[in-house]
Design a protein around this ligand. Sequence first.
Ligand SMILES: [Zn+2]
Length: 239
Amino acid sequence: MKKLLVGFIFIMAFNIGLADSPPQVITTGVTQLQQQAITPEQVLNKLKAGNQRFTENKMNHNDFSQIRKNTASGQYPYAFVLSCIDSRSSPDLVLDQGLGNIFVGRVAGNIVNKNMLGSMEFATKHSGAKLIVVMGHTDCGAIKGACEKGGENNLKTLLRGIYPAVKTVSSNKKINCQNKADINAIAKQNIIDQVDNIYQDSNTIKQLVNENKVMLVGAMHNLTTGKVDFFYIFKKPSN
Ligand SMILES: [Zn+2]
């Protein structure tokens, strides 16, 4: 009996230890003070922690009626996430960010164009976001479509934005568009390309990055495990 009791106490202590990590009850989005105080690296850690909660099925409990009350008068998101339109790769969910924490831009193949850059400029320079993430995912239909030079009409135009990544990967090895590893390699290259495009094509964001006010990051979301691998940190060219 004594032995059982000791075992029970040990299990309770162990459970309490685990309970130190979230889920927490969330009653507001990022506040103005929090947004001002946080660094880009700390924002990245917040997104990593959110993804860990997602993969472990321990997501925060969002009290949406309170969050609505507390965010209706203004928003102070700390990040912008550009993702694919894939129904399984929603940034708010896979990074467990509730309401009022992140701007999200979505387009097939998570490619950057002028409208997306304009949105990112609004999110950073005008609204204070400190981190821009380009998040692609495994098994992406848009990447496969670009690899096969498929699509028609406007879709064809969109997929052309991924051609440079197809070209880069196929210049190193013979690629097979039916092979998932090859598609994922192109997806990864496309993420790097799009992060670089943001810096090259937006003078506004280039300046913010040069001043260390904004950080650019590339990430790959694994649809099977749920894990988001933040594998690419953009480094500004040294003069
Ligand atoms: Zn996709």
